[in-house]
Structure formats: structure tokens, C-alpha cells
Design a protein around this ligand. Structure first.
Ligand code: NDP
Length: 292
């Protein structure tokens, strides 16, 4: 069993990003600039946004955090997005999800200028991804593809089973794995909560991508000997053992599953770190005008 080590891969790719950001600065006199909007005080969202901002600084990007309280109106938020869309000094704009109930995430996603949509959630970017056209690819699936590429994992012809069909992880992941590319060229089965006989299907997988949001969902009896397992889940549980007061768990029962696999990504230290890399790469591409 070998580890798909997000720490190693993300550090390596971030070195390249930092070099490119520096070159960009020398030519243009400015840094790639990411703006993140955070609404409310959800613990997970606070952590993710803080990490995105910290990583921007590390690779020599400029970053701006815009904060709103839970009671911000949808109109206020949309007005701010429009303002940032028009600001030529901003390359990337992300709005951290989830949003409070009274704000429609679809409206917010669609309001972001697709040319600054470095999360890759805008319908234009998702549509272009379907067509294999240049676009911003959603950061988590993008990060996973970069990880597979780094370890030169042979994916062609393999049966990949993706568990979870969200717009931000499962669905785009299934599209990327099925694309005629390397990594890619998989035969993909996309599964969800209505899937029948899920364990039987997962047992047939050469590659499993678990993006459900339930601790220990994938158990050893569901995993074929030698499978490649990518654990996207981030499940936070309170813990007195850690300084932060919580512990992170993936969707895979790591202790039991790992010995059966050929490759597995841990949580923490796996896909989460690669998501940041996907976001940074998209922001750099936006600044350089590589996509639009
Ligand atoms: P969503 O809640 O949007 O989607 C979860 C998916 O899992 C849905 O498609 C749902 O099916 C499916 N599901 C739920 N229960 C079952 C079940 N019993 N059997 C089969 N499928 C089931 O979550 P996200 O995709 O946003 O996130 C998934 C996980 O990944 C979360 O833990 C999240 O925190 C984590 N995450 C991690 C990131 C990272 O950087 N590592 C980035 C983004 C997310 P249905 O559609 O039928 O409801």
C-alpha cells in the first residue's frame, strides 16, 4: 500500500506556482489577486477560508477576505459580487459555501463573472468542462487529477466508482475521470443515495472516489484488493485530544481499508491540501489570461 500524499504533492506544485507568480509580478508589477467572501461563522468554513488566504500569501498572491454576518441580504451580497466582477485588479472570486438559508447559492454562483470563477462552479465553466474546452475546473476534482498525475497512476480503462454526485465534487469528478485524457479514460460509475446495491458496485471498482460526507462510510468489505482509494470526505468531530478542539475524519475507514489498497489518500493530509492547489492554479491561470 502506498500513500497519495497531499503534503508532498501540494508542496511540490506550490513551489512551481510561487515561481510563476514571481515571474508574473516581474512582468506586470502586480500579484495574482484572489478575493474570498465568507458569510457567517461556520467553523469549517472559517478554517477553509483561513487556509486559502494563508496559502495565497505563501505563494506570493494577494488575497482579500470580505466578511459578512449571517443576516446579510442576498441583494447586498450580489451587489458586492458585481462590484468585484468589475474590479480589474481582481483575478479570482470565491464565495465560501454553504450560505445561510435565505441566500440562493445558485444565484450567487451564477452572479460571479465566469472569467473570475476560480472555484469552477459557474454553469459556463461546468459546461465548458463537459465539452473539454478551456475552463476553470472545480478545485477539488482538479486537485485530485493533479495528484493522480503526480504519482503517474495509470487510470486508462479502469473502472472508477465515484460515491456522491454533488456539483462541486462527485459530478465533475466523474466527468474528468471519463474524459479522453491522461489521467482519465476511465469507465465511470457515479453513485448516490438512491443507488441500489452500492457495496456490490464499489467492490467492482479499480478506483474509488468517496465524496459523501459520512465518517467510515467505505468499509473494508466494500473494497477490492489492490484498489486505489481517494477519500474526499471531511467530517469534523469535537475532540479533547487536539489543540483546535476537533478532529478530522474522511469517508473511508482508513485503518481497515488501507491494507487492501494499492494507493490511498489519508484525511487529513490528502485531497484537502490538493483542493487549495487547484484553487491557486486556477487563480494564477486567471491572472495570466491562460483560460479567458
Ligand atoms: P454533498 O452533501 O453535496 O453531497 C454528498 C453526496 O453523497 C450526495 O450526492 C449524496 O447523494 C451522497 N450520499 C449521501 N448519503 C449517501 C449514501 N448513504 N449512499 C450513497 N451516497 C450517499 O457533499 P459534497 O460533495 O459537497 O462533499 C462531500 C464530502 O467531501 C464532505 O465530507 C465534504 O466536507 C467533503 N469535501 C471535501 C473537500 C476537500 O477539499 N477535501 C472539498 C469539498 C467537500 P444524493 O445526491 O442522492 O443526496
Amino acid at each position: 500500500m502506498e500513500i497519495l500524499d497531499g503534503k508532498v504533492v501540494s508542496a511540490r506544485i506550490k513551489e512551481d506556482i510561487a515561481k510563476e507568480a514571481n515571474d508574473f509580478f516581474e512582468v506586470t508589477g502586480r500579484k495574482p489577486h484572489l478575493v474570498a467572501i465568507l458569510v457567517g461563522h461556520d467553523g469549517g468554513s472559517e478554517t477553509y477560508v483561513a487556509s486559502k488566504i494563508r496559502n495565497c500569501e505563501k505563494v506570493g498572491f494577494k488575497s482579500t477576505l470580505v466578511r459578512y454576518e449571517d443576516n446579510v441580504t442576498e441583494d447586498e451580497l450580489l451587489a458586492k459580487i458585481n462590484k468585484i466582477n468589475d474590479n480589474e485588479a481582481v483575478d479570482g472570486l470565491i464565495v465560501q459555501l454553504p450560505l445561510p438559508e435565505h441566500i440562493d447559492p445558485e444565484k450567487v454562483t451564477a452572479a460571479i463573472d465566469y472569467r473570475k470563477d476560480v472555484d469552477g462552479f459557474h454553469p459556463i465553466n461546468l459546461g465548458r468542462m463537459m465539452r473539454n474546452l478551456p475552463c476553470f475546473i472545480p478545485a477539488t476534482p482538479y486537485g485530485i487529477m493533479l495528484m493522480l498525475e503526480y504519482y503517474q497512476i495509470e487510470t486508462e480503462g479502469k473502472h472508477a466508482v465515484v460515491i456522491g454526485r454533488s456539483n462541486i465534487v462527485g459530478s465533475p469528478m466523474s466527468i474528468l475521470l471519463a474524459r479522453n485524457s491522461n489521467p482519465g479514460n476511465c469507465t465511470v460509475t457515479l453513485t448516490h443515495s438512491k443507488t441500489q446495491n452500492l457495496p456490490d458496485i464499489v467492490r467492482q471498482a479499480d478506483i474509488i472516489v468517496a465524496a459523501i460526507g459520512r465518517k467510515n462510510f467505505v468499509t473494508a468489505d466494500m473494497v477490492k484488493e489492490g484498489a486505489i482509494v481517494i477519500d474526499v470526505g471531511i467530517n469534523r468531530e469535537e475532540s479533547s485530544e487536539t489543540k483546535s478542539g476537533y478532529k478530522l475524519y474522511g469517508d473511508v475507514d482508513y485503518e481497515q481499508v488501507a491494507p487492501k489498497t494499492s494507493w490511498i489518500s489519508p484525511v487529513p493530509g490528502g485531497v484537502g491540501l490538493m483542493t487549495i492547489v487547484g484553487l491557486l492554479k486556477n487563480t494564477l491561470k486567471s491572472a495570466k489570461g491562460d483560460i479567458y
